[in-house]
Write a protein that binds this ligand. Structure first.
Ligand SMILES: [Zn+2]
Length: 241
């Protein structure tokens, strides 16, 4: 390449770089997405990916089919998950215990009917606290997914707390993030294929409030990728399929 051409190409590159920096400056939410687009991200057909059956979105826009069925297996006490990932959860709980951390499962697979009941009873509770019925329903739907739209209905999600949680709390709260259980899960859950599904900074993307207790199985490969990206599953899935 002639020197003149090299300068022209470099100048062109620099202008593009400046343009991108300006764009990032004007769009504070965009750097991560730009970075992702530039990287050569493996798709779901990536050979190292495991448990691809579990790599899909379940949310308000992506409900389960009405004829959805799932084979279940025990995780802890009477709590069950999809039989294909229950073993990962059991291993995670056993390994945490070896590290001196007791993980207590308080919710796992939930039938669609149970989901409906939970939503209704929570709406009633909010109404008893003074909210109008419309308001209460709206607030309840921010915390409890509609039937068929919960990862619990799919048997892919665990809610985990401390063994003594209910002695000091009457609800699940973000205080859970101050426990050694949360710290252990933050460091280790991905190794067993689970992700923190509803991060604090992406409530508007997931449509669900920050839930430090809710862990979703996506397979070990994608759990690692998602954790590293720092993105919620909604964004990650869009760019990786
Ligand atoms: Zn949950």
């Amino acid at each position: 390449m002639k020197p003149g051409k090299i300068i022209a190409v470099s100048l062109f590159g620099y202008i593009i770089y400046l343009g991108m920096r300006f764009f990032n400056m004007m769009n504070p939410g965009s750097p991560q997405r730009l970075k992702l687009a530039q990287e050569n991200i493996p798709s779901a057909s990536e050979q190292r990916a495991d448990n691809l059956w579990a790599y899909y979105l379940i949310n308000a826009e992506n409900p389960l089919d009405s004829d959805f069925t799932v084979g279940l297996d025990k995780v802890q006490d009477s709590f069950m998950l999809d039989e294909r990932c229950a073993g990962y959860a059991r291993q995670m709980i056993a390994d945490a215990k070896n590290d001196g951390i007791e993980l207590t499962v308080v919710s796992a697979y939930r039938s669609v009917q149970k989901q409906q009941e939970n939503l209704e009873s929570y709406t009633q509770r909010l109404m008893s606290l003074g909210h109008s019925s419309t308001e209460a329903r709206k607030l309840a739907e921010k915390e409890i997914a509609l039937p068929y739209t919960s990862e619990h209905n799919a048997g892919l999600a665990l809610d985990i707390l401390t063994p003594d949680w209910w002695e000091t709390h009457d609800d699940v709260t973000v205080d859970f993030e101050n426990t050694e259980q949360f710290r252990w899960l933050s460091e280790n859950a991905h190794k067993y294929g689970f992700i923190l599904r509803y991060p604090r900074e992406y409530e508007d993307v997931t449509g669900i409030v920050y839930e430090p207790w809710h862990y979703r199985f996506v397979g070990v490969y994608y759990a690692n990728e998602i954790r590293e990206s720092g993105l919620p599953l909604e964004y990650f899935y869009k760019t990786h399929f």
